[in-house]
Design a protein around this ligand. Structure first.
Ligand SMILES: [Zn+2]
Length: 64
């Protein structure tokens, strides 16, 4: 079992897992974390994943 969010584990993903995070709008960031927001699944970056886990970014999520 490789690390799911690092190294060879993300080589097979499109652009090595990089893209635009729908929450913080940063581009070229690794969007590796699946989250279910308002009933739909989105992939977001690590920072946003953590922020959401701590109950932050709620206003940004409302717009997603
Ligand atoms: Zn983000």
């Amino acid at each position: 079992m490789s690390k799911a969010h690092r190294g060879t584990g993300i080589r097979d993903q499109v652009k090595n897992g990089r893209g635009t995070c729908p929450v913080c709008k940063r581009t070229g960031i690794k969007v590796l974390y699946e989250n279910e927001i308002n009933g739909k699944k989105i992939t977001i970056c690590k920072e946003c994943n953590k922020a959401i886990a701590h109950g932050k970014k709620q206003e940004a999520l409302a717009a997603v």
